[in-house]
Design a protein around this ligand. Structure first.
Ligand code: ATR
Length: 284
């Protein structure tokens, strides 16, 4: 048996194992299993040892390791280096290669929801790995301006610097909370609102979403976060994180296995697993 790992902490909310195992099964790859490997930040050494073991074929990396794992890998793809975050690890001749499929997943999610961000003014809550992937994807899609709203300003500055190197003509603003009301697309790329803190939102409590605004939450569990519930209540459009999860996972699957990802199977498995989790938590 060979393994693909999900490395992160905590991992109780994740439906990636259900999604990836369904895909492996659908493609007849019965000798590979995708498993959660919860590792707190202090266990970086153990994490790298687990990745180097011969039975490990690769991994996904999630909160809080997407950036801290980078210096421990043997190589980074140009994409991962630019974005400054790794969510997928491949093994080539025993070497650990860090890649990023989040930006692709984010763009695909916009596409299937028929959102064209070209020329838009966009606000992003967060400045971590997920925010970086979304920002690079949006810059590639020719948005007009990105406003980063993050608790820690130094992280927004570092992300803006990286973006500026690749997209010198893109307008960027940091912590301009007043501009939020004039943005067309508002993205939550923080972990605020993720189960079990499901009543928290990254937006200010008194913020009123404009009717023409689109709120996109990268959080997929719960499917209706407080951020999205508030947006809907004000008549704005609300998009959850499930599609991005599916497409970042589909691209990772293709990189690990060399086979086309069964996207529909993956979406159904992820949605079913989410329903199971919410049923179990309401029965508690
Ligand atoms: P990921 O790689 O998934 O983006 P991350 O790099 O740990 O994970 O980033 C998490 C993001 O959520 C960061 O923007 C973080 O803000 P800080 O940069 O200030 O740490 C944000 N975040 C997490 N918990 C938060 C909270 N309780 N309030 C506000 N922001 C929070």
């Amino acid at each position: 048996m060979k393994y693909l790992y999900l490395l992160g902490y905590p991992l109780s909310h994740s439906v990636s194992p259900a999604m990836q195992n369904a895909a492996l099964h659908a493609r007849g790859l019965y000798a590979i299993r995708y498993i959660k490997n919860p590792m707190p930040p202090a266990k970086m050494r153990e994490m790298i040892l687990a990745l180097r073991a011969p039975h490990c074929l690769g991994a996904n990396v999630t909160v809080p390791h997407k950036q801290t794992i980078m210096p421990h890998l043997d190589e980074l793809t140009a994409r991962a280096r630019e974005i400054g975050a790794v969510n997928t690890i491949l093994k080539q001749d025993g070497k650990l290669i860090g890649d990023n499929t989040d930006a692709y997943g984010f763009l695909q999610a916009l596409r299937v929801r028929r959102v064209n961000p070209q020329g838009a003014r966009v606000a992003i809550f967060g400045a971590g790995g997920a925010a970086a992937a979304a920002a690079f994807a949006l810059a590639q899609a020719d948005v007009r301006e990105i406003i980063f709203l993050n608790r820690t300003l130094t992280r927004s500055v570092a992300l803006a610097d990286r973006l500026n190197k690749k997209f010198p003509f893109l307008a960027l603003a940091l912590n301009d909370w007043d501009a939020l009301a004039q943005t067309q697309l508002i993205i939550n790329a923080t972990s605020v609102g993720m189960a079990p803190q499901a009543d928290a939102s990254p937006a200010p409590r008194d913020f009123v979403f404009a009717k023409h605004a689109i709120a996109f939450d990268l959080v997929y569990n719960p499917p209706a976060t407080q951020f999205l519930r508030d947006a809907r209540q004000h008549g704005a459009r609300a998009i959850g994180g499930l599609e991005m999860l599916v497409y970042q996972g589909a691209r990772a699957f293709e990189l690990w296995t060399g086979q086309r990802a069964p996207v529909r199977v993956m979406r159904d498995a992820a949605a079913n697993a989410l329903r199971e989790i919410s049923r179990a938590s309401t029965n508690q």
